[in-house]
Design a protein around this ligand. Structure first.
Ligand code: ADE
Length: 243
């Protein structure tokens, strides 16, 4: 059965299923057409039980920005969850969350159903966060104005790992951050080349034209290690022993 994403948003139109919508093209678009993933946006505003369909209000204690109110979000989550019998894993996209990385993406890809809450405001009333008890995830140490973009990043990264999405040729095993090398470290990817064999006087490394698969594999691993050492030495640090 397809992995189902439910997105709770005040901008449901961002999750269109026809191009040029961001997720409707490329790998997520093909995965959806093939029935491997599906996504449904639920408009939080529809659930606001006030006259003006307001979903946000001024913060108690003062200060800038607006805060998402409890009631519309709570009702929207319950309604979205009732759309399908499968239990949903609740995720809140927020800069306060744990920073997303490939092991987390691999773990999320094991789910049957993910419910993603995308915010737009200064924050969400803490009481509804407490009640919903979502896993809080950040996509990086910067602040977006549209939490939907963070939800899309997560959907794209998770979709790549759903079995059948990439096929053999584009296997995720070769991606950056996939375990590689003798000690299964998560390395950056090696450099890539395609035709022509020479461009602006710059040749492609000979080994890639040699047809010797073992040599090519060794060269790629060496380049991946070299890049990782130069650019992300933190990835090569020994794993901390488990408690
Ligand atoms: N919403 C705003 N900024 C965000 C971030 N960095 N990650 C996830 N959600 C966000």
């Amino acid at each position: 059965m397809a992995l189902r994403f439910d997105i709770l948003t005040t901008f449901p139109e961002m999750f269109g299923t026809e191009p040029p919508a961001a997720l409707a093209v490329s790998i997520p678009g093909r995965a959806r057409k093939a029935g491997l993933v599906e996504w449904h946006a639920t408009d939080i505003r529809v659930f606001a039980d006030n006259k003006h369909k307001k979903t946000d209000d001024r913060p108690f204690g003062g200060g800038p920005g607006m805060v998402m109110m409890c009631q519309p979000l709570w009702d929207a989550v319950l309604a979205a969850e009732a759309l399908d019998p499968r239990p949903a894993r609740r995720v809140l996209l927020t800069p306060q969350g744990r920073r997303l990385d490939q092991p987390m993406v691999e773990e999320l890809a094991q789910s049957e159903r993910l419910l993603l809450i995308a915010g737009h405001y200064e924050g969400i009333d803490e009481r509804v966060v407490e009640r919903l008890a979502p896993q809080e995830i950040s996509i990086g140490d910067y602040v977006l104005s549209q939490g939907e973009l963070a939800a899309m990043v997560l959907i794209d990264a998770v979709t790549r790992l759903v079995p059948g999405v990439l096929g053999d040729e584009g296997s995720a095993v070769a991606d950056s951050f996939s375990p590689a090398g003798p000690d299964r470290k998560r390395l950056l990817d090696h450099p890539h080349y395609t035709r022509p064999a020479e461009w602006m006087g710059m040749p492609v490394p000979d080994v890639l034209l040699s047809g010797d698969h073992a040599r090519v594999a060794r060269w790629r691993l060496e380049r991946a290690l070299e890049r990782t050492t130069q650019r992300r030495p933190d990835l090569l640090k020994p794993d901390l022993p488990a408690d």
